[in-house]
Design a protein around this ligand. Structure first.
Ligand SMILES: [Zn+2]
Length: 128
């Protein structure tokens, strides 16, 4: 395994020894290593603060998802309860739900809201 102790190898070892003990940049290198260690420490602290914030955000996000899933369930019950699709007279008023103008009928708005991709995603998560 060891390299044979040739003159070249001895020169090489001498260079390593010189570098280790007498290299003119040795102090600069040590200072650089110290600086990098401090930078790493700062970076780790920053990462920890970021992780804490991320966890708070994730908790908030889960809370919003929970409320969204709750709202979705309630609105689905409303649509089931009403049990009639919107239909509009020639003036554009919903005959099924109290003559509300087209685009403003609460059933139409709820049905559209339930088709929202974010609401659908909350539905899929709630079903898991
Ligand atoms: Zn309607």
């Amino acid at each position: 395994m060891d390299k044979p102790m040739t003159d070249e190898r001895l020169d090489e070892l001498e260079m390593i020894r010189m570098w280790n003990f007498n290299h003119p940049q040795r102090m600069e290198l040590i200072a650089e290593i110290r600086r990098l260690r401090e930078e790493l420490e700062r970076s780790e602290k920053e990462r920890d603060r970021f992780c804490d914030k991320l966890h708070i955000k994730m908790d908030e996000h889960r809370e919003i998802e929970r409320k969204l899933a709750e709202a979705r369930e309630l609105f689905e019950e409303v649509v089931d309860y009403v049990d009639e699709k919107c239909w509009y007279d020639h003036h554009g008023y919903c005959q099924a739900h109290g003559l509300q103008p087209k685009g403003e009928c609460f059933v139409e708005l709820i049905v559209a809201w339930l088709k929202n991709p974010a609401v659908q995603a909350a539905k899929e998560q709630g079903d898991e």
